[in-house]
Design a protein around this ligand. Structure first.
Ligand SMILES: NC(=O)c1ccc[n+]([C@@H]2O[C@H](COP(=O)([O-])OP(=O)(O)OC[C@H]3O[C@@H](n4cnc5c(N)ncnc54)[C@H](O)[C@@H]3O)[C@@H](O)[C@H]2O)c1
Length: 425
């Protein structure tokens, strides 16, 4: 088996320019085999070792920023990907590289679906950042096209690969009995919403990072939502003139009887001891699991630096003997899983169906998108009612008939039940 997987990366910001670019640069240098053992896929290491990877193109909104990534990749690999910029640079990439294998999508949250659909239409596999998209109808279009074109859409749900989460899923969740309720939280730093993202107003902390936890819980239990309620607050970012939610809280009830609270914000002051604050806990009929993803037991402080902690399981730099940085940790694992599946399809005759249990699929992401979509509608209605002093009475119901928004205060306009989706989840 010999050949090349050609990759293009669209979006070279905080995440694309760092985690994605480094992952593909490492693949270009050393192939996929060194990464496979982390995923338990080392049985394929010899088979997939001869495959070459090439990051052929990088794209962003502006040329200035994409050139930075190009220079970094050149420094890491000795080869420079072609640069593209503009409002829709993926179109040019798809025209310029008719033999492209993979489009990696790390654009802002509201700009995933368009890139994914364009890539699939051209017969190109996709590795996409989460959330796969923000709208359940978009999720259906993506899945339909991926099936028709026999292509993979792998979603970067790397929390599944955190070693603690692997252990919870494989050993602990069954020992604690049937899940009753739980909490999952991820609190992002203020600079993300105030300076890093130009697009904070087009997303929200639940869509942006709550998706990780929704996916993880679905990955643990495979249970679908039956109802949810959601609220959000707008106070801190309003001070900066940013019209976005500071924080969002969503409670989802699942068909296995479990109720989960998802709490997210992107306003944590820089004084916090780590990069982000995150964790989850689940109470079952016979026990409980608590998992702190931020404080892993490593803490240090020094004069002028405050007290610090770090999630050392995520990607971090390890210096190679030649001084170049290797990216080590679970942060790249879902990208590797998606690429392993793509390699199996391109070079080993595997079908889309036969590799589906290797990586976080579009079909699984659809459940998360449904929750994100419904939570957005419910949260906005409740926000309006709360401001009017009417409480937060709105909920969403998921069923065989689709997704229904239940708004008791809509009775006067005959709008108590509003179906926003008409297919079963
Ligand atoms: N998996 C994770 O843990 C994780 C962490 C951070 C971000 N993300 C996700 O990654 C995605 C990108 O986030 P980020 O933090 O890198 O954001 P960012 O704002 O730092 O970067 C966005 C990038 O997209 C580019 N872009 C914007 N509009 C574009 C267009 N029309 N055409 C081409 N490129 C365009 C920008 O130039 C920039 O390079 C988001 O969906 C986010 O949710 C995931």
């Amino acid at each position: 088996m010999d050949g090349t997987i050609k990759i293009a990366l669209v979006g070279t910001g905080m995440f694309g320019g760092d985690v994605h670019a480094r992952a593909y640069a490492d693949l270009q240098r050393a192939g996929i085999s060194p990464q496979l053992a982390r995923l338990g896929l080392d049985g394929w290491a010899r088979d997939l070792a001869p495959i070459k990877f090439q990051l052929v193109a990088v794209a962003a909104r502006t040329l200035k920023s994409v050139r930075r990534t190009q220079a970094t990749v050149r420094r890491w690999t000795g080869q420079a990907p072609k640069t593209f910029a503009g409002p829709r640079p993926w179109r040019e990439i798809l025209r310029g590289f008719p033999d492209l294998d993979v489009m990696a999508v790390a654009t802002p949250d509201p700009l995933h679906a368009e890139v994914i659909l364009a890539a699939l239409k051209a017969g190109v596999h996709v590795l996409t950042e989460k959330p796969m998209c923000l709208d359940i109808a978009e999720a259906d279009r993506i899945i339909e096209l991926a099936r028709a074109k026999k292509r993979i859409v792998a979603v970067d749900m790397h929390k599944r690969y955190d070693p603690d989460h692997l252990r919870i899923r494989q050993e602990i969740k069954d020992r604690i009995g049937a899940p009753l309720y739980g909490t999952a939280y991820l609190e992002e730093p203020l600079h993300v919403s105030t300076s890093t993202f130009k697009w904070a107003e087009q997303s929200d902390p639940f869509s942006y990072v709550g998706t990780h936890w929704v996916d993880l819980i679905y990955h643990y239990y495979g249970s679908k939502p039956v109802s949810l309620t959601a609220v959000g607050q707008k106070q801190r970012l309003a001070r900066e003139g940013i019209k976005a939610y500071d924080a969002v809280q969503v409670r989802v009830d699942f068909d296995n009887g479990m109720s989960m609270n998802f709490q997210n914000n992107w306003i944590t002051p820089p004084d916090f001891e780590g990069l982000v604050n995150q964790g989850h806990e689940i109470v079952g009929t016979d026990g409980k699991v608590e998992s702190d993803q931020q404080y892993r037991g490593l803490r240090w402080w020094h004069r002028g630096g405050g007290s610090r902690t770090a999630n050392t399981h995520f990607t971090r730099d390890v210096k190679r003997p030649d001084g170049s940085p290797a990216c080590v940790g679970y942060g790249v694992d879902s990208l590797t899983a998606g690429l392993a599946a793509i390699c199996r399809m391109k070079f080993c005759g595997a079908t889309r169906a036969s590799v589906a249990d290797l990586y976080p699929t579009a079909e699984e992401a659809r459940i998360t998108v449904a929750i994100v979509h419904a939570a957005r509608v419910v949260r906005d209605l409740n926000f309006r009612y709360l401001r009017q002093g009417k409480g937060a009475p709105v909920t969403a119901r998921f069923g065989h008939d689709g997704i229904t928004i239940v708004d008791p205060l809509g009775a006067s306009q005959g709008k108590v039940f509003r179906q926003i989706y008409r297919k079963a989840l």
